[in-house]
Ligand binder design. Sequence first.
Ligand SMILES: Cc1ncc(C[n+]2csc(CCOP(=O)(O)OP(=O)(O)O)c2C)c(N)n1
Ligand SMILES: [Mg+2]
Length: 356
Amino acid sequence: MIKKVFEGEINYLQVMDENGNIDKELMPNYLDDKTIVEMYKNMSFARALDAKVLSLQRQGRATTYAPLIGEEATQIGSAMAMRKEDFFVPNFRQHGVYLVRGLPLETFFVYWRGFEEGNAIPENVNGLSVAVPVATQMPHAAGIAYAFKYLKKDSAVIAYVGDGGTSEGEFYEALNFSGVFQLPLVTIIENNQWAISVPRKMQSSAETLAQKGFAAGFKNILQVDGNDVIAVYKATKEAIEKASEGPSLIECITYRMSMHTTSDDPTRYRSEDEVKAWQAKDPIARVRKYLVSKGLWNDDLESKMAEEQKEKIDEAVEKAEKFVPDPKSIFEYVYSYIPPMLKEELDEAEKANFYM
Ligand SMILES: Cc1ncc(C[n+]2csc(CCOP(=O)(O)OP(=O)(O)O)c2C)c(N)n1
Ligand SMILES: [Mg+2]
């Protein structure tokens, strides 16, 4: 006997195309134009913030930084779909998510000046701190989702992972665990086509990264145009609504338009033509086209917005640059307590006034 025991299918969702045209049948009826204007402003703000940190980094005023340019729709769409009570778990590139969730801008800049104090996420932001070791955030996300379920809280966890991150053991472990316990975990794969210099096709020979959810028994698996803020918003919102029924996996197809980090030179491993092709799919430009065509946006509003955003950013940078860390902090945060050996060193440093 031979019989089929499993069949899987993945849909790709796009609501707004590259020219700002809407697929009316797929347009969510709970999304109004005011929210789309808000999405546009948030995406523009994220891009402006990105440009500012890059410029500071080049002046020696910020540390190694991972730009988000090109990935604004994935980040803003998913972040705006979250409810206050939901919790997010980022990797190291989700600056736009922090922005929407209300991380004080000054804190953001303190972190990117290289100070861990800026990685202390205020409780009301409802998210974890930046995680640089690839995919290590995933078991944390599954653990928090387990706690929510255990405590019968009506909250979901939204976890972010890159295309490269989906090759890590932690990714599979977290998915498997959340499938077994049917946890309220929404995993967003921010597939920006590259993991530093490793292209998507060298990451996995699977046609989609989303299908990795099948192995963990996920019922809600989707691929979306990650440069379409409305598709990302819709997919995330609906996954959050279904979170009490079990985990979801959403693969957002987007593109890292710039370097991996400020220590990387992408011209060494990818072609200009590839970058140009993706520039035509810019996530911000298409929303602007939509808003302009509906008479909801114009050049005056654009320059007013840019000016206001610049002011906010400059003010936050000024405050962040006044931040002086307590030198004692280098002894304090490696362990939950200061072990005797470090305490000795701390006492010695204090006696010698060595770190003042
Ligand atoms: C465990 C681990 N291995 C290697 C690295 C070095 N590293 C930093 S980011 C990165 C690639 C990540 O690619 P992806 O998951 O696609 O995320 P993206 O950078 O594209 O947003 C690597 C290999 C690391 N930080 N952690
Ligand atoms: Mg990547």
